[in-house]
Design a protein around this ligand. Structure first.
Ligand SMILES: *Cc1c(COP(=O)(O)O)cnc(C)c1O
Length: 416
């Protein structure tokens, strides 16, 4: 690559032209004039999603009615999509289901892991992680009443915190706010060396980097499909349980879909002994079908190619910010080394909220995370190299003209 300190818009046009993923861009709906950097929070809509949802509603539900549970594959859709997600995260057939939300899935796998290590009471988590993972865990601890404790640490203290009293280490692979990437392999190894179990949350990593759950010997994983997997707002999450842990301890939300014979309607609960035990009830089929469209697109792309582009987007963005915005006190919260980050760059500024609001007004959509983080997520299937240039030029104008100081940019909406 050339010296990007001298980068021009033409250089970026050239990179867009040569981009092996460029044909995917036109498969997404993107309004004219919008530069979208929030695929890490809500992925863009694939055009094919509309056709698929139409088909599920009109043909499968509208015309075939209840027969679709069998004839349209509704009854096994969680497993079908789970097997496809497995290919994205380095898992095998029958190890992943697409079901419920990320939070509920955390509840299920944490409950199982704590039962498997009943003599240990400590759970290690990253204190600054997206809080729902810890909220759910605290709720589970309260319910179990066995004196479990969460040991909160930050990223550089994780390995030291994994001691012989630890039952479970539950971490998010890429940090939602700062964007750093944890080393799944070495951390999982340390967890196992001390006799504990690991849960990886892949919400900010699946779909933007190669993940090797089985090669790393991971025990459990969860994730979300509405970010880089482009499943749509509130789409179902997924969970992974390594084959070696299936058919032993049961997850606690023992609904009829997790029963060995759901349609025998027996009074007594008998768990399935495969990944199906991690289902609980009837799933939202329209939403699940939409998830499959986003996953199918990612499966057509090469994951190494996605990672290469994701890192190049990040590197170029950092260089453009350095070159064009060095006077405005923005600092980098994300590691500068590509190997240590996911697919987002976070910039810190105490005025970050207002600056991001001003950016949105001119069509540049990223987001803000308190107290001072502006997040820019890159989705290699649809983020263009030239988008980076156009966004940085708009950001510079906002800073040069003090546009962000206008009162309307300090009003906080319900959802940031
Ligand atoms: C996005 C995200 C979630 C989402 O949880 P929901 O149950 O889908 O609301 C959970 N954990 C992490 C780390 C996330 O990034």
């Amino acid at each position: 690559m050339k010296n990007f300190l001298k980068i021009t818009r033409e250089d970026l046009e050239e990179l867009d032209n040569q981009d092996p993923l460029k044909q995917f861009g036109s498969e997404f709906n993107m309004p004219e004039g919008i530069l979208y950097f929030d695929g890490n929070s809500l992925g863009a809509m694939p055009h094919a999603t509309l056709d698929r949802v139409n088909k599920v509603v009109l043909e499968e539900w509208g015309s075939k009615l209840i027969t679709s549970w069998n004839s349209s594959g509704w009854h096994s859709l969680s497993e079908t999509i789970g097997n496809k997600i497995a290919k994205l995260v380095g898992a095998g057939d029958g190890e992943v289901v697409c079901v419920d939300g990320t939070g509920l899935n955390i509840h299920k796998v944490h409950a199982v892991a704590l039962k498997m290590r009943a003599d240990r009471k400590v759970i290690v988590m990253e204190g600054s992680n997206f809080p729902t993972d810890a909220y759910i865990t605290q709720g589970l601890i309260d319910q179990l009443e066995q004196n479990h404790k969460i040991r909160f640490v930050e990223k550089d203290q994780i390995l030291d915190a994994i001691t012989e009293d630890v039952a479970l280490v539950s971490l998010t692979q890429v940090h939602y706010k700062m964007g750093h990437l944890l080393d799944m392999k070495s951390i999982t190894q340390k967890v196992h060396d001390t006799g504990a179990l690991v849960v990886w949350d892949l919400s900010h990593s699946a779909g933007v980097l190669p993940i090797a759950l089985n090669q790393c010997n991971v025990d459990f994983a969860v994730g979300c499909t509405y970010k880089y997997l482009n499943g749509g707002p509130g789409s179902p999450g997924y969970l992974f349980v390594a084959k070696r842990h299936q058919g032993k301890e049961t997850q606690p939300l023992t609904g009829w879909w997790s029963h060995e014979k759901p349609f025998a309607f027996e009074q007594e609960y008998r768990p399935k002994n495969d990944i199906g035990q991690f289902l609980s009830g009837t799933q939202p089929i329209v939403a699940l079908a939409a998830v499959e469209v986003g996953i199918d697109m990612l499966l057509r792309a090469d994951m190494d190619c996605i990672r290469t582009k994701s890192l190049a987007l990040g590197d170029i963005f950092i260089r453009l910010i350095k070159k064009h915005l060095s006077d405005y006190g923005l600092t980098l919260a994300t590691p500068i080394t590509g190997a240590h980050r996911g697919s987002q760059i976070s910039l810190r500024s105490k005025n970050g909220f207002a600056i991001m609001q001003a950016l949105k007004e001119v069509g540049v959509i990223g987001d803000f995370r308190a107290p001072d983080n502006m997040r820019f997520g890159f989705a290699p299937l649809y983020t263009r190299y030239t988008d980076l240039w156009d966004a940085v030029i708009k950001l510079r104008a906002i800073m040069e003209n003090d546009t962000w100081k206008a009162g309307r940019f300090s009003r906080v909406p319900d959802v940031t």
